[in-house]
Design a protein around this ligand. Structure first.
Ligand code: 1HN
Length: 345
């Protein structure tokens, strides 16, 4: 119901008469629905890892990974509390797996990524193959892939989860299933997936069972080495420094149909030019430190911090040290739908 002081009594009475029929006047909401430019409800925000970490470890003493199913502290956009969204279309959280713990096997319609923040040697098992993970590694569990996590090391492991939960919810298309045991049976030796799909080759006659990349681990050592080699070319994009997209080797598209992922190197002292795009973007700082100014608000970041740049807000970065950022957004799905735009100011 439209609540407005300046509404004429006859219009107000009319709106009240049609409301029980589940109808409403478009002319009262038109300008909020069809905005001239994106008008995101989201706000910029930064989660400082040193501040967050003690709370995550405290969660470790309150509940086990098994009882929690996934022991995660959700990163909520401050403007959308209680909605499990970091942008309008994406979810993010920080997950803790303690030594000896298992997060039980399940699968769901939602696509997920992990970006390892702390700890080395824990694993995610994807469709029966373990991916052992180190800091900066980027792992995907595509839609409807069985996955469980385990930590046989002596130290806690923490990673950032990114999922397309709000997108799947928009379509009311969520399915999920628990495996009958905690651990999905191991059917392939570790490394099989990397050999098959991560060596610039594909098995002859390969047909992808899903829409996501068949490669499920993008090791940081390799992407970092590539960035370092390209750095020698000194070919810096004024808006992006050096920015690369992680791709699906089958079709060259994004690693997952709903979530695009990138890695960005900003050399010490680099200031990027003001830029905006319609994909609200979640950044994780893998290395380095710097600042990002977003529509007049400055966020200061250092290694392991997570921050969000909402859709269409002009922003630029300044790197205080050589910095490597991991980014995810809904760019690929927006491009498929013909919605994505960028502006270089
Ligand atoms: C999930 O399956 C994971 O597998 C993490 O680690 C976070 C949030 C909502 C729904 C499923 C995981 C999740 C999730």
């Amino acid at each position: 119901m439209v609540e407005r002081a300046d509404l004429s009594p006859d219009r107000r009475a009319f709106y009240e008469r049609i409301s029980p029929l589940h109808m409403a006047p478009l002319w009262e909401t038109f300008h909020d629905l069809i905005t001239k430019e994106p008008a995101t409800p989201c706000v910029p925000c930064l989660w400082n890892y040193d501040q967050v970490r003690p709370h995550l470890l405290e969660a470790g003493s309150l509940i086990t990974a098994k009882e929690a199913i996934r022991r995660v502290l959700v990163l909520e956009n401050p403007a959308l509390p209680g909605q499990s969204r970091i942008t309008s279309s994406l979810y993010a959280g920080l997950q803790l797996v303690l030594p000896g713990e298992i997060a039980p096997a399940h699968r769901h319609s939602q696509s997920a990524l992990r970006l390892i923040i702390e700890g080395a040697g824990a694993y995610t098992s994807v469709e029966g193959e373990r991916a052992y993970m180190e800091k900066g590694d980027f792992i995907i569990t595509g839609a409807w892939s069985w996955h469980d996590h385990g930590n046989d090391t002596g130290d806690p492991v923490v990673w950032l989860d990114g999922l397309d939960i709000p997108i799947v919810r928009l379509f009311d298309a969520s399915f999920a299933e628990n495996y009958r045991e905690d651990i999905y049976p191991q059917s392939k030796p570790p490394g099989d997936n990397a050999a098959r799909f991560g060596s610039n080759m594909l098995p002859v006659g390969y047909e992808s069972p899903g829409r996501h990349s068949p490669l499920f681990r993008y090791p940081y050592a390799r992407s970092r080495e590539a960035l370092e080699a390209m750095r020698d070319g000194q070919d810096w994009d004024p808006y992006h420094g050096l920015k690369m997209e992680f791709t699906n080797p089958v079709d060259g598209g994004p690693a997952m149909p709903t979530i695009s992922t990138f890695i960005q190197l900003l050399p010490k002292g680099f200031t990027s030019r003001p830029y905006r795009a319609t994909d609200g973007t979640v950044y994780t700082v893998i290395e380095g430190s710097g600042t990002t100014e977003i529509a007049g608000q400055t966020l200061s970041w250092t290694a392991n911090d997570v921050f969000v740049v909402p859709s269409w807000l002009p922003h630029h970065h300044r790197a205080e040290d050589d910095s490597v950022l991991f980014l995810f957004s809904d760019r690929g799905i927006q491009q498929k739908l013909g919605l994505w735009r960028e502006r270089k100011d």
